[in-house]
Design a protein around this ligand. Structure first.
Ligand code: ADP
Ligand code: MG
Length: 224
């Protein structure tokens, strides 16, 4: 469960202040599937970064599963992020020198998980993402859609409750994009809370709940 109350995020650029987020109130129950749309510069990425604990609000309250996160030390935020939140980016952000399996396994390694458990989970995730036969390939040996599936694998390997995706199909052709959205939606059906930023109205329209942003504010929040 996510609860934002009067969240703001300001950036100082020269002698100007940009209100990337302003007075944002948002509640997200577990299991929701939300799309976030809105013009470029409206605050979509800032919202996701705040929710993903990659960025800290300038003001307001952000409770994640009951924990007020805004006052936490960076180390505690990193632990929460590792255990509760998966993040998928438009540009994949894989480690180029590591193969698909090692990219996906990286968070488990950093968390100090025992090798037996790591191998088991890795096999499961590779299989569920149809990547078993690509496990030994490096990112530059994979297609865009396969790279994004590896990035999704890395995002879910710690079994987070929340999956945030910032324009996950932005660098993909139509077919790979559909495939990636299909994978994200399957994860949501399996119980993960899913939030997808997209410019594509067809993709945005698939979500049960659709948020529109404008000038750092939530302009519309519709549920079907
Ligand atoms: P969107 O993802 O909807 O395109 P962003 O959240 O990236 O929008 O940006 C919202 C506003 O905040 C924009 O005006 C952008 O220029 C500004 N902004 C975002 N990040 C920074 C930053 N690190 N420094 C200065 N301004 C920023
Ligand atoms: Mg953005």
């Amino acid at each position: 469960m996510i609860e934002l109350r009067q969240v703001g995020r300001e950036f100082r650029v020269g002698d100007e202040t940009v209100h990337a987020l302003a007075e944002v109130d948002l509640q997200v129950p577990d299991g929701d599937y939300i799309s976030v749309m809105g013009p470029s510069g409206s605050g979509k990425s800032t919202l996701l970064n705040v929710l993903g604990l990659l960025d800290r609000p300038s003001g307001g309250s952000y409770r994640l599963d009951g924990t007020e996160t805004t006052g936490l030390a960076e180390e505690q935020r990193a632990t929460l992020r590792r255990d509760r939140i998966g993040f998928v980016f438009q540009a994949f952000h894989l480690v180029p020198r590591l193969n698909a399996a090692d990219n996906i396994a990286l968070p488990m390694l950093l968390a100090g998980m025992p090798p037996r458990q790591r191998e088991e989970r890795l096999r499961e995730v590779l299989e569920s993402l149809a990547l078993s036969d690509r496990a030994q390939h490096r990112p530059d040996q994979l297609s865009g859609g396969q790279r994004q599936r590896v990035a999704i694998g890395r995002a879910i390997i710690m079994r987070p409750g929340l999956l945030l995706a910032d324009e996950p199909t932005g660098n993909l052709d139509e077919h790979s994009g559909q495939e990636v959205i299909g994978v994200l939606e399957q994860l949501n059906r399996d119980g993960i809370t899913l939030m997808v930023v997209t410019h594509d109205p067809d993709i945005g329209g698939r979500a049960q709940r659709r948020i529109r942003m404008r000038d750092g504010r939530i302009e519309d929040d519709a549920r079907s």
